[in-house]
Design a protein around this ligand. Structure first.
Ligand code: RP5
Length: 166
């Protein structure tokens, strides 16, 4: 059973989306990572949503570029939260994908994160925080990860201050 389903519109999106998997792994969250297109494989997309939801998936993460309708197509088929990652590569530096992902009609939200790798990471963190609402152990793992991030900043600050001391 996968708690999170990550779909991307094309295998060509992999490099920009795979950091999402790294974060989920680091937090011990089960996932499925696959390819499905809103336009090229609409039936596959629909089947994936239906089957993974029946198996126990709780959050869907969808990444796509250009006319990025994958997250919207999934949101139309589930009441689980859907997180969208716009992928750059189309016109206007990815603004096409960003607007295609975020501009959903009321009633069918897609929680849209930043483009590419940064967004992929935050999609995983957001999915983790959603799951943590009903999972105190996961909430503790998220808090520990944040403590490590704080420690990294303190360490970086000390290092910069030492190297640039007046
Ligand atoms: C989108 O079209 C995909 O998500 C990808 O970002 C873009 C181009 O796909 P390919 O032609 O590289 O398969 O649907």
């Amino acid at each position: 059973m996968a708690q999170v389903v990550i779909m991307m519109g094309s295998a060509s999106d992999e490099e920009k989306v795979s950091p999402c998997v790294d974060v989920l792994r680091s937090l011990g969250i089960s996932y499925v990572f696959t390819v499905s297109s809103a336009h090229r494989t609409p039936e596959r997309t629909e089947k994936l949503v239906r089957e993974e939801e029946a198996r126990g998936a709780r959050v869907f993460i969808c990444a796509a570029g250009m006319a990025a309708h994958l997250a919207g197509a999934v949101a139309a088929r589930t009441t689980c939260p859907v997180i969208g990652i716009p992928v750059s590569g189309g016109v206007m530096g990815g603004m096409d994908a960003l607007l295609s992902t975020v501009q959903m009609p009321p009633g069918f939200p897609v929680a849209t994160v930043a483009m590419d790798k940064a967004g992929a990471r935050n999609a995983a963190w957001l999915a983790a925080q959603m799951l943590a609402l009903a999972d105190p152990a996961l909430r503790e793992r998220i808090e520990s990860a944040r403590a490590r991030m704080r420690a990294d900043v303190e360490k970086a600050a000390a290092d910069v201050e030492a190297r640039y001391r007046a």
